[in-house]
Design a protein around this ligand. Sequence first.
Ligand SMILES: Cc1cc2nc3c(=O)[nH]c(=O)nc-3n(C[C@H](O)[C@H](O)[C@H](O)COP(=O)(O)O)c2cc1C
Length: 237
Amino acid sequence: MNETIRLMNAHFSVRRFKEEAIKEADLKEILSAGQMASSWKNFQSYSVIVVKSKEKKEALYDLLPQEAIRQSAIFLLFVGDLNRAEKAVKLHEKDFHPEGVDNLLITSVDAALAAQNTLLAAESLGYGGVIIGMLRYCSEEVAKLFRLPDYTYPVFGIALGVPNQQHAVKPRLPLEQVAFEEEYQEQDLSVVTAYDKVQADYAGARVTDSWSERLAAQFGQPEQEETKKLLEKHKLL
Ligand SMILES: Cc1cc2nc3c(=O)[nH]c(=O)nc-3n(C[C@H](O)[C@H](O)[C@H](O)COP(=O)(O)O)c2cc1C
């Protein structure tokens, strides 16, 4: 196994950080590595807001009380972004059509690829972090806090810092249940119950609900409305 793959296999989300800064040179290297991710037609339809100030982190924590936000050395807000695109389009066309599901996929996939590169680069330098997607449950407040303009929306953030916790890597679904040969293979319920057990063994007493119960809590009810409201307000839906 080479060094890159070893690093990827050692990933775990870090939610507790030491009171230590991320060196400026490291931050630049991390963000630049993030930027090298592929993007749809090289549009790079995302932006990153680098949040260092305690006040802004506290304000975000007030909206979404996740300890990782407050403890992070730096919080990176990944923004799906067609605001730059609008300027480019206006050079050539009268109309601008940023709205729609496929355009949302373009911006959120671009942001996600850059974010994963960013996190991995940070991990390679000995930092740790966690992606924070729940901030979409308060999309409008987050947009206001970070002054997001039309044609932009928060996708998720990454809380980054020097790890103050160590735990075992979380086991994934068996590879053959997510990577199929030649055609899709629908899974039966036994896959779900088997993985519930794997997760229960991994999490022990720390977690009271099972993996499938968490899926049910997410997808067993209509989606939350906050993201949609902001997307409509920012002219993306
Ligand atoms: C899009 C996305 C959103 C996430 N949102 C949160 C979050 O709001 N809070 C949190 O503690 N972890 C969050 N996570 C982290 C996942 O819970 C974590 O990656 C997953 O349980 C696998 O664990 P691991 O990263 O330690 O391997 C998020 C991850 C992703 C990819």
